[in-house]
Ligand binder design. Structure first.
Ligand SMILES: Nc1ncnc2c1ncn2[C@@H]1O[C@H](COP(=O)(O)OP(=O)(O)O)[C@@H](O)[C@H]1O
Ligand SMILES: [Mg+2]
Length: 257
């Protein structure tokens, strides 16, 4: 398998990163894959969505970044939580993740902490999905260093192309310091085929991204929001819905990569 460690990032907020991380993870688990989701966002949306409340967690990914190397193995055991969905585990976030920028200021190889720590657990999973925060910083860099694939969810609205330019500027800067250039694939999200603006943006995206784009398009679906409010995923609400089928198709594409 060539792709195993997948970062889901875009510095624009509200584009479907967290929804994609959790729904794709569930879709892969439903295909009998063992999956771990890492919540790397201090806002802890993925953890909350899975009903892991930061105030109830004795250990979170924050502790992993802080710990000396020889304590990481024991920490993973405390951090990783099972979910109701079989084969899907999650490592929750803490609001304190936002302190790492300062805490790790003087740490050597601070961009490689996650990649290094993952070597201790990645053999237990077929996929590790990293839900990234919407800003450039130590957490995003750690995810990009660790990943073999970056999925960039792109909301198909008229501002998306401007956001994309920002993202590529960031990637160019990061690629200069990363050990290897990041392989990426764009994922159109919140697509509304009834609006002309959406179809135009999709055409432009296809033109710009060429083969670095999934065939799957995630349509707009308010039930995704409903699922998140209920602490479940779309497969629990309506496994035959268009968005559930789209995320299953996306999982199919990932498995074939
Ligand atoms: N395809 C979609 N259609 C409609 N709403 C969506 C879709 N994907 C995500 N949402 C909703 O949009 C909001 C932002 O999505 P989220 O995944 O949290 O984005 P991000 O992690 O990029 O900030 C959430 O309320 C989510 O439920
Ligand atoms: Mg998010």
């Amino acid at each position: 398998m060539s792709v195993k460690l997948i970062a889901i990032a875009n510095q624009k907020g509200g584009v479907g990163k967290t929804t994609t991380a959790l729904t794709l993870a569930t879709a892969l688990a439903r295909m009998n894959k063992r999956v771990l989701v890492l919540d790397l966002d201090p806002h802890a949306c993925a953890s909350l969505h899975m009903r892991l409340y930061p105030e109830n967690q004795s250990r979170t990914l924050y502790d992993l970044f802080q710990a000396p190397e020889d304590q990481r193995e024991g920490l993973w055991k405390d951090i990783i939580k099972e979910t109701r969905s079989q084969r899907l585990d999650i490592a929750p976030a803490s609001i304190r993740l936002s302190e790492l920028e300062i805490d790790l200021r003087d740490r050597k190889n601070k961009g490689g902490i996650l990649a290094n720590a993952l070597t201790l657990v990645q053999e237990n999973y077929e996929y590790v999905l990293m839900d990234c925060p919407p800003h450039v910083g130590i957490l995003l860099v750690n995810a990009l260093v660790a990943c073999d694939l970056l999925i960039i969810p792109i909301q198909t609205d008229f501002l998306a192309l401007y956001g994309l330019k920002l993202l590529f500027d960031t990637m160019r800067t990061l690629n200069k310091v990363l050990p290897k250039p990041v392989r990426y694939m764009a994922l159109p999200t919140m697509y509304d085929r009834r609006t002309r603006a959406c179809t135009r943006v999709l055409d432009l995206l296809q033109e710009k991204m060429g083969s670095a784009m999934f065939n799957t398009i995630i349509g707009i679906d308010t039930r995704l929001r409903e699922a998140s409010a209920q602490g479940c995923v779309i497969y629990d609400l309506d496994p035959q819905s268009r968005s559930a089928l789209a995320y299953t198709a996306l999982a199919g594409e990932i498995v074939e990569l």
